[in-house]
Design a protein. Structure first.
Length: 63
């Protein structure tokens, strides 16, 4: 979990467009590729900042 952040649940990317890109700074978009249908974890940080992290895939590596 991200330190100092409040988890607010999971979400699914419905479309890639201006609103998502404005939430994810360009520096992060270089390293994280989000596609339509991807599941993400959402966190809320102070100063009205929303953090979008790719969710860990529960299906892979499960015993």
């Amino acid at each position: 979990m991200l330190e100092g952040c409040v988890p607010i649940g999971k979400g699914r990317i419905q479309s890639i467009g201006g609103s998502l890109c404005s939430l994810v700074p360009a520096v992060y978009r270089k390293f994280v590729r989000l596609e339509k249908g991807d599941t993400v974890d959402l966190f809320f940080e102070g100063n009205n900042k929303l953090i979008i992290k790719p969710a860990k895939d529960d299906g892979e590596g499960a015993d």
